[in-house]
Design a protein around this ligand. Sequence first.
Ligand code: FAD
Ligand code: DLZ
Length: 507
Amino acid sequence: MAKTLIPVLGDQLSLSLSSLRHADRKDAVILMAEVAAEADYAPHHRKKLAFVFSAMRHHAAALRAEGWEVDYVRLDDDGNEGSLGAEAARAAKRHGAARIVVTEPGEHRLMAEMRGWEEALGLPVEIREDDRFLASHSEFDAWAEGRKQLRMEYFYREMRKKTGLLMEEGEPAGGRWNFDAENRKPASDDLFIPDAFAAEPDEETEAVLEMVERLFPDRFGDLRPFRFAVTRAGAEAALDHFIEHALPRFGDHQDAMLNGRPFLWHSVISLYLNAGLLEPLSICRRVEEAWRAGAAPLNAAEGYIRQIIGWREFVRGIYWREGPDYLRRNALGAHRPLPAFYWTGETDMACMADAIGQTKREAYAHHIQRLMVTGNFALLAGIDPHEVHEWYLAVYADAYEWVEAPNTLGMALFADGGLLASKPYAASGAYIDRMSDHCGRCRFDVKAKTGPKACPFNALYWDFIARNEKTLRGNPRLGPVYSTWGRMKPEARDALRASAARFLASL
Ligand code: FAD
Ligand code: DLZ
């Protein structure tokens, strides 16, 4: 009987994947392949590599337990040809496959490659939509069509209505769609901060850690200690841990930062969700249940659900709608190279050192660290958006282009000219001081605006505003900022710009 070959990628670790649906287990072979091309298209953090390979190996075992035949190719197997296309071709020959069925990948790069498989392999190839999201491509496009501006808030409301999450008789629970204004409290060390969830590596994970150590000795990031879960059950345990210990405070302190406290009340589940070990709707239902049971306040449940059915779905819609050209957008004409300290964390700016240092250790930083520290710095300093994009794609365990690129280019860097965000998320040191305890331990003075001791974010902020006046002055949300700039004495403006220029020259 001619077989159907079903390649399953490293971020398609879901038992309900569209390519597996309606397949007859007797006539199908699943191919999972660890390949150099995927390990190398970005210089992935070593923890990310270990997570992906170990989770793939555990998923292969889970599929076998469900009765599937799985052909698994390890990265160091003899004969591994190093790319998904070449491995699909080899496997198709090995099994005498008559056709290939695959779920669409999460990247334009691989989508283009897969579209060429039919010709390259001489077999019919069916590419199915990835329906592990709440909004299909056509649903998002229909929502976006004809709108002058795409705003997450309106899309989010549609997703709330569609799913019924936090809805009561057709109205949003609590009478409001959005409790964001109640999600901006700073934090302090004397609040109860839960321990991070930690899984124990099993034998398979140990083998992967050794392989990554051996094959990627020079890659960015600490490999050990390795505490990520690598199975569906482990990911569920991480979610349970979050709901029990951190969700109640997630809302209040979502935007807070504390030195040496990488996880605070965040869930740290994006790597599992993006890999397919958790499903978005069931996570949100669990969070809603916690609220209904009185175990979490509404601002926490709403704030959390908004990230998943709002932001996550919204950025994916934009990624696919805008096409590959999105990756090269540079609306503010920023061309400075990425400073070397993004790879070392060696900088005197305490907030940057903390965010980059933990990124190196954990392959994780929470949203405000990514947006308002490393992202904000890159925006203000005019770093080339594509270089920044390549950095974010590499350093986080949850990074896949469909979710990383719109967040980096659209949200953090305004490189899409305001498609995703209504104004640049630019902020001076005062924001970081308000939301964190970094400034008190920094060698720079956050209250000083100019001079060698002044927090670099201050002069850089005004330099950014001045430098981009032509493009940004017309933005209604920046009206007050340009009025303040206009009211400053020329000497004060010159001093800010000179201070910024000195700092930028030192990078
Ligand atoms: P929590 O704070 O606990 O939030 C819950 C979940 O909501 C997350 O797990 C995630 O699935 C979802 N979520 C929250 N914010 C966003 C968002 N803006 N976009 C999409 N999903 C969101 N997220 C990624 O999953 N992969 C990336 O590569 C990525 N790159 C980013 C780059 C930049 C510059 C910025 C500003 C944000 C990026 N994000 C990315 C979004 C966000 O920072 C992470 O999803 C979040 O920090 C993951 O940690 P967590 O699981 O503890 O999230
Ligand atoms: C991220 C990643 C890595 C590091 N390695 C593999 C791999 O060896 N084999 C595989 O099938 N997938 C891997 N992935 C995930 C893919 O890069 C991911 O599927 C694409 O980026 C599309 O989202």
